[in-house]
Ligand binder design. Structure first.
Ligand SMILES: *[C@@H]1O[C@H](CO)[C@@H](O)[C@H](O)[C@H]1NC(C)=O
Ligand SMILES: *[C@@H]1O[C@H](CO)[C@@H](O)[C@H](O)[C@H]1NC(C)=O
Ligand SMILES: *[C@@H]1O[C@H](CO)[C@@H](O)[C@H](O)[C@H]1NC(C)=O
Length: 339
């Protein structure tokens, strides 16, 4: 009874990855090992008119050298770059009204949750995300004294990328375990199947200028930018617990009913997109007091250096042209935290 309900609730993405011949026994085994059934209670819920009550606006310079002016709450509200629509959707936008001279910085918004969390389940339901040439959006978690208390990038990419990247940045010693010993083995490939996305790197620690982190690339174009927005987005669910850090992504049409009902049960969700086992990265040691940050920067360290792979001209010329920011908007349904 319980199993078939769990399978029905499986998202399209998980089904597509874990198989046409999806074996419920193996899936149940995976869930038993990694995602123990337990009940979560809602500790914070940000939606609609009260959305901004839970966040501070950050208006200092972008530490990643982006060509943005992050506005204060008052300025962002007056410029209509941060507002709640009458249907309850929260919008965070980059200015697309003004053409600038090349080299000038463009107005944008960065918000950070007032509360911070060391463990828990963070669910973000997003209708649309920013994309476009020079645009570098991120929804992420970060602890104080970076990178000592960790960074978990849940939704991030640059320019006209098509695939979301899931990345950890930590202090020395944390790595991505490519083959967690207790995970499920796929009978066909013989490979460990603890995550559905593709590994990009396994060294999580940041040192000096090497700051790629350890991460995964989502194999679906519905995970980022235009492709994500075309299906009205979906849900990212990030679980930080003793087993490690897991991130699931569900497309708008396949959001498990327990998520909508605010009774999330990760043990019923199948293989996550991204999973960092605590076997090689102890959650208690590397992650502490993380805030939820949502921001959109322009050019800077990543979008600037990767510009030519999906855009033409120069990044600073792209910033000057307002047309590039017509889709540079977050449209958020809600952000919920359970513990
Ligand atoms: C095992 O791997 C194959 C090949 O990638 C895949 O088609 C299949 O769905 C996987 N099986 C399960 C149960 O995930
Ligand atoms: C904004 O987002 C980028 C991309 O994740 C991040 O690296 C950067 O530190 C953020 N900027 C601020 C001011 O938080
Ligand atoms: C801005 O970009 C649009 C779209 O690429 C282009 O048609 C337009 O000519 C550009 N405007 C300027 C002033 O360069």
């Amino acid at each position: 009874m319980y199993l078939s309900a769990a399978l029905l609730a499986l998202p399209f993405a998980a089904l597509a990855v874990s198989g046409r011949s999806l074996d419920s026994r193996r899936l149940a085994d995976h869930n038993k090992r990694f995602h123990r059934r337990s009940s979560y209670s809602l500790v914070d819920f940000h939606q609609g008119d009260s959305f901004f009550d839970g966040f501070d606006f950050y208006s200092d310079a972008d530490p990643t050298n982006g060509m943005v002016n992050y506005l204060s709450q008052e300025d962002a509200t007056n410029a209509n770059l941060a507002h709640v629509q009458s249907d309850g959707t929260t919008v965070l936008a980059v200015d697309n009204a003004d053409d600038l001279s090349e080299g000038e910085y463009r107005n944008s918004v960065r918000i950070q949750s007032k509360n911070s969390y060391s463990k828990g389940l963070i669910i973000a339901d997003i209708y649309a995300m920013p994309h476009g040439c020079s645009v570098w959006p991120a929804l992420w978690l970060v602890g104080p004294d970076w990178p000592n208390n960790g960074e978990i990038d849940i939704l991030e990419g640059v320019n006209e990328y098509q695939y979301n990247q899931y990345t950890l940045h930590t202090s020395d010693g944390c790595t991505l375990d490519e083959s967690p010993t207790s995970s499920t083995v796929n009978e066909t490939t013989g490979k460990i199947q603890a995550f559905a996305a593709n590994i990009l790197g396994t060294t999580c620690a940041s040192s000096g200028s090497s700051n790629a982190g350890c991460g995964f690339s989502d194999p679906y174009t519905t995970s980022y930018g235009h492709g994500f927005n075309m299906i009205a987005g979906g849900v990212f669910a990030t679980l930080i617990d003793d087993s490690g850090v897991s991130i699931w992504r569900f497309e708008r049409g396949s959001i498990p009913s327990d998520i909508d009902a605010q009774t999330p049960d990760p043990s019923s969700w199948g293989v996550p997109m991204a999973f960092w086992s605590s076997s090689t990265c102890d959650v208690d040691q590397y992650f502490k007091d993380m805030s939820i940050v949502i921001n959109t920067t322009l050019c800077g360290d990543w979008a600037g250096s990767a510009f030519s792979s999906t855009c033409s001209g120069t990044c600073s010329a792209a910033v000057a042209n307002s047309t590039n920011f017509d889709y540079a908007q977050w449209k958020l349904n809600y952000v919920a935290v359970y513990q």
